[in-house]
Write a protein that binds this ligand. Sequence first.
Ligand code: HEC
Ligand code: HEC
Length: 373
Amino acid sequence: MRHMLLCLSSLLAACGSPAESAPSPAAAPPVQGPVATATATATATAPGAAARTPAVATRREAGEVNPRLLRRFKPVRDSLDVAGAPSSTALVDLGRMLFFDKRLSRNGDLACNSCHRLDHYGVDNEPTSPGANGARGRRNSPTVYNAAGHFTEFWDGRATNIEEQAKGPILNPGEMAMPSPAAVVARLQKITGYATAFHAAFPADTTPITYDNVGRAIGAFERGLVTPSRWDHYLAGDHDALTAQEVSGLKLFTDLGCMTCHTGEFVGGSMFQKVGAMSPWPNQADLGRYEVTKLDSDRMLFKVPSLRNIAKTAPYFHDGSAKTLEQAIEMMGRHQIGEELSPGDVAAIASWLGSLTGELPMSYIATPQLPAG
Ligand code: HEC
Ligand code: HEC
């Protein structure tokens, strides 16, 4: 339903069948939906399809970006806490310990931080990650930075929030492979330091060590994994925060229609979209959202990833099929907007995406001392 609404409101080109949505060769403005409207309204230089080229050239010369489009992005918040439910230091400290603790895995060899390395922008830079016994999973590990703000978690949206998500990998046989929630609780109960830490984090609970509370604590920690960047300074009005090349990449991103899908505070993370909207995705082994809902209309739908820190999180896509950012941009051009982008355009977009690389919160992510026992 949510997907449908988004399609209707802003993504006509992306959500229709390729036949319906392909721009006709005569009209051929690669700009779609409200992006086209906003561009035309704001510049009003020429009617209809002819507007794009002169409008872009004019604005490029003027060195400004359509402010109506910019407002659809948002600076990142300081913390992704749920409104009205601030977390405590004790809860966040517990979550940090659990995030780093390999004892939450069956063989004691994997922690969340193994696949989501916080000092590596929350990823392991592998196409897919080795899990229990070294066997690789089938999907690329997305970053945990800023993930708490996404509208849903996982590539296919099978967890509604970060707290629920955290309970998945611990029991996933291909990841941390613990046999059951009870086994996790039993293991934590044997570690005396955790009794104190859970009690401090959940003072109102008579038995604070529960599997749900493991998810709550890890989630509370992840809500602080936020990476403000030069892009946020730019959005806040500091126009010197981006170089001329970065601004030209930003203009391409908005004018080509990339932002119909990658939009908002996280430049993504706000909707599902079909990968292969304009021409079929080469790898059809993973059907994405369809595997959760079994609805035909959900085939090949994936969460549109956030592009924050994207320059640091190679390789790309759910299947890890693009090694470099340039390759990923080229594939998006081909499969999502139906354009073969020139190397110059790809380089400009990549340079703007580089401005989304944030500062890592070094003291927040420092490896904690884990309770002995
Ligand atoms: C063996 C590697 C591995 C381990 C260990 C692991 N993850 Fe993941 N994580 C993944 C992969 C792969 C995905 C994507 C899976 C999917 O979407 O189906 C993922 C997805 C996520 C997401 C969703 C991000 C998004 O953008 O949707 C979050 C958050 C996350 N993991 C947090 C954690 C936490 C917390 C732990 C520890 C309790 C953990 N992970 C342990 C590999 C791992
Ligand atoms: C119709 C919606 C849509 C449009 C338009 C779109 N994308 Fe995407 N983008 C997606 C989806 C969905 C994915 C995830 C695909 C996957 O992994 O299978 C994605 C993934 C990406 C990724 C890789 C992210 C990661 O973490 O692996 C990059 C980079 C990217 N897009 C850039 C762009 C650029 C640049 C444009 C414009 C040329 C663009 N996208 C246009 C929907 C879109």
